[in-house]
Design a protein around this ligand. Structure first.
Ligand SMILES: CCCCCCCCCC/C=C/CC(=O)SCCNC(=O)CCNC(=O)[C@H](O)C(C)(C)COP(=O)(O)OP(=O)(O)OC[C@H]1O[C@@H](n2cnc3c(N)ncnc32)[C@H](O)[C@@H]1OP(=O)(O)O
Length: 414
């Protein structure tokens, strides 16, 4: 009996396949890396050959996969993009042959690390892994896009949110607690989607909140590291378009919007959710922070206009220019927060109020909100556009780059 062993890479796993001939059949033993037992399968020889041929991705498969990547509707995230990049480089150029980028060149260093980590993986295997990865991405993104737009996407339909509807209340909860609910690009898009869906569903009011000990830690600072082929200028331009659309959704949201903050709220999510909510309820341990200057940035979410109107110009300056952190009590005294409750009774108190509000006639509430806010809408859109344009410039500044690098290299926490 003839016996040989080959190693095959499938996706990210390496399988050992042992073949042994046995009267017109070949027996395969597949050894899985994290599994002590061996699985034995018998195939007719002819089928085995077909399967082995199918394992090798052709140049055409590779090119198709490259085209498929361009058609992905949803951003697969930085980690996956780095894998795709490294496999592409390995498949086309072989082992990493570039000098290691400097420590501050975050993007190119991340790319270099990913490529270098592939060591001497053969080009063919890298090509196969690239094709497998793209195919798994396409199928997972297809299945998520099978959700009908505009239908009620429950918690499971979102990657970064939990959305539920009951008792006439739609609750949108940021759900990246391990990252303190920092807003990555996907979350910006999902919040916009959830707000649009909530504006059309049959709930009377909408509530925004965060899962875990932070309502939100603001913009995900790693958003700054994923640089497209057009460079940082293109990134900043796209960021400004995204931010303008995001804030625009809050300005145009037609129903009563209530922010429910048990915990700390920073940056980008704070300005729209405080500035445009018709009520903001906070637990007595919540804090509010806008460290724009610390990050080399400038106000967003129309806070440069709404905060001086809600608070006084001097208090708004302390918060927006000097980054002063407010406790819930201070924020309430300055009109940013509607009411503060003790942490121990917060949930019960707020929920009781929300349930009562949700029973009020929805059209009357919508029209009342409209009449309070409508004459400001045009102004708010203009302020939003101006703030985004100023921020686009700030994102390209050394002050902003250095602050992001310091945070990412763990040199500073605010
Ligand atoms: C050109 C770019 C285009 C981008 C697209 C549009 C962008 C629009 C931007 C609009 C402008 C917005 C302004 C703001 O939002 S300003 C606020 C920014 N936020 C911060 O500066 C907060 C940074 N975070 C911290 O200082 C601390 O994490 C914390 C919030 C004080 C909590 O500290 P703690 O010790 O309790 O927890 P950790 O630091 O260990 O955090 C746990 C993990 O979460 C990660 N994390 C937390 N916050 C962020 C964040 N904002 N961005 C990215 N990652 C964050 C942290 O790294 C830890 O991750 P790890 O476990 O993997 O290490």
């Amino acid at each position: 009996m003839d016996k040989h062993s080959i190693l095959v890479c499938m996706g990210w796993e390496q399988l050992e396949i042992r073949l042994q001939k046995c009267e017109g059949w070949e027996q395969i033993e597949i050894s899985l890396p994290n599994c002590s037992s061996l699985q034995v399968i018998s195939f007719p020889v002819v089928q085995l050959h077909l399967n082995r041929t199918a394992m090798r991705a052709s140049q055409k498969d590779f090119e198709n996969a490259m085209n498929q990547v361009k058609l992905l509707k949803k951003d697969p995230g930085n980690e996956v993009k780095l894998k795709l990049y490294s496999l592409y480089k390995q498949a086309t150029e072989g082992p990493c042959n570039m000098p290691k980028p400097g420590v501050f060149d975050l993007i190119n260093k991340a790319k270099w690390d990913a490529w270098n980590a592939l060591g001497s993986l053969p080009k063919e295997t890298a090509r196969q892994n690239y094709v497998d990865l793209v195919s798994s991405l396409s199928s997972s993104l297809e299945s998520s896009s099978q959700v009908e737009p505009g239908t009620d996407r429950k918690s499971t339909g979102y990657e970064t949110l939990m959305v539920t509807s009951e008792d006439g209340i739609t609750k949108i909860m940021l759900n990246r607690p391990t990252k303190k609910n920092a807003l990555n690009v996907e979350m910006y898009h999902e919040i916009m989607h959830a707000l649009k869906a909530a504006s059309k569903d049959d709930s009377a009011i909408t509530v925004l909140t965060g899962n875990g000990d932070y309502y939100s830690s603001g913009n995900d600072l790693t958003n700054f590291t994923d640089i497209p082929p057009g460079g940082v200028e293109e990134k900043a331009k796209n960021g400004a378009v995204l931010l303008r659309e995001f804030v625009g959704c809050f300005i145009d949201f037609p129903k009563p919007l209530i922010a429910w903050s048990m915990s700390s709220l920073w940056g980008i999510f704070r300005s729209p959710s405080l500035g445009y909510s018709i009520a903001v309820y906070a637990s007595d341990r919540a804090t509010f922070h806008t460290p724009f200057s610390h990050l080399g940035q400038s106000p967003e979410g129309c806070s440069s206009y709404t905060f001086p109107k809600i608070m006084s110009p001097a208090k708004a300056t302390e918060m927006l220019v000097f980054g002063k952190k407010l406790t819930a009590g201070e924020a309430c005294a300055q009109g940013l927060v509607t009411e503060v409750f003790p942490d121990s009774t917060f949930q019960k108190e707020v929920w009781t109020r929300l349930k009562a509000f949700a029973k009020l006639p929805p059209n009357a509430m919508r029209i009342s909100k409209e009449i309070i806010r409508n004459r400001e809408k045009e102004k708010l859109h203009a302020v939003n556009a101006e703030e985004c344009s100023v921020l686009q410039g700030r994102w390209l500044s050394d002050e902003c780059m250095n602050a992001v690098v310091n945070f990412l290299s763990r040199k500073s926490k605010l």
